[in-house]
Design a protein around this ligand. Sequence first.
Ligand SMILES: NC(=O)C1=CN([C@@H]2O[C@H](COP(=O)(O)OP(=O)(O)OC[C@H]3O[C@@H](n4cnc5c(N)ncnc54)[C@H](OP(=O)(O)O)[C@@H]3O)[C@@H](O)[C@H]2O)C=CC1
Ligand SMILES: O=C(O)C1=N[C@H](C(=O)O)C[C@H](O)C1
Length: 274
Amino acid sequence: MTIRLALAAAAGKMGRAIVAALSEQPDLQLVAALGRPGAENLGEDIGRLAGVAELGVPLTAPIAEALAQADILVDFSPADAALCHLRAAAQAQVPVVLGSTGFSADQQKELQELSTRIPLVAAANMSVGINVLLALLPQVVATLGEDYDIEIIEAHHNQKRDAPSGTALALGRAAAAGRKVELDAVACWDRNGSDGLRGKGSIGFATLRAADVVGEHSVWLAGAGERLELTHRASSRRNFAEGALRAVRWLQGRPAGLYDMQDVLGLRRTPAVE
Ligand SMILES: NC(=O)C1=CN([C@@H]2O[C@H](COP(=O)(O)OP(=O)(O)OC[C@H]3O[C@@H](n4cnc5c(N)ncnc54)[C@H](OP(=O)(O)O)[C@@H]3O)[C@@H](O)[C@H]2O)C=CC1
Ligand SMILES: O=C(O)C1=N[C@H](C(=O)O)C[C@H](O)C1
């Protein structure tokens, strides 16, 4: 059976990586490619924009038309646009694979509400490596105990809008889960000036933005006389794109609900990491 995909933010960095990955997968057919309304590249062939062969699919803007032809929507738009797309998908009863990050607390709440109406896989990072780390981290943190300081360091390209990255936040939540606390209660988002000593049990975040870094995340677990560093480095967007397409296949026939890559990869434990 062929799965028909509509792809939002198709001409973005992730959109182009997904088009390139899709062109090698005969069971998946791109039927609509959405761009930003008013963008100069509307009407151009998305295959050409992605640097692969022409696909006969022009970049267009009207989402209702795209959803009418599709079995699933894949979306890596900026958060505001993604939420608009999600509302349209709920209206049209089209399942969604969502990779966007940078949602506010209110937006996350709306996202959860919308997922009661359609099947939705939402994950800040679709790579296998990060998801294995997310599954392992609570156990690692619990085993090392309260005396180990936790710091999360992330680096991305200079076009990234949100900080810390969605992945860093997910790693923070997984680490906090290992201590049975909420991340918001222990997070130290930045340090500047005479803020005083590091709070025991806090989870610190540090953000780097430079040139074309695809995405790097390190969790430091530092105790007296030793430091364990758990690091993931994405060297291409291909791994995120392959993860998204894996989620597309997994989502077929699922009931409405909010899923993530832990579900897709069979890594979900009880109690849940997220
Ligand atoms: N879950 C995961 O594994 C990953 C998630 N991400 C996340 O994906 C998102 C996108 O990242 P990336 O591809 O690097 O970003 P880009 O900026 O390269 O792409 C975003 C695209 O969205 C388009 N866009 C902007 N506004 C709208 C709108 N209102 N309606 C429709 N399209 C719009 C832009 O068009 P234009 O250029 O014309 O403005 C652009 O083509 C981010 O939130 C990022 O954090 C990224 C990598 C992996
Ligand atoms: O914007 C990016 O590029 C990425 N964003 C995601 C995030 O915010 O965690 C995932 C990946 O690190 C790349």
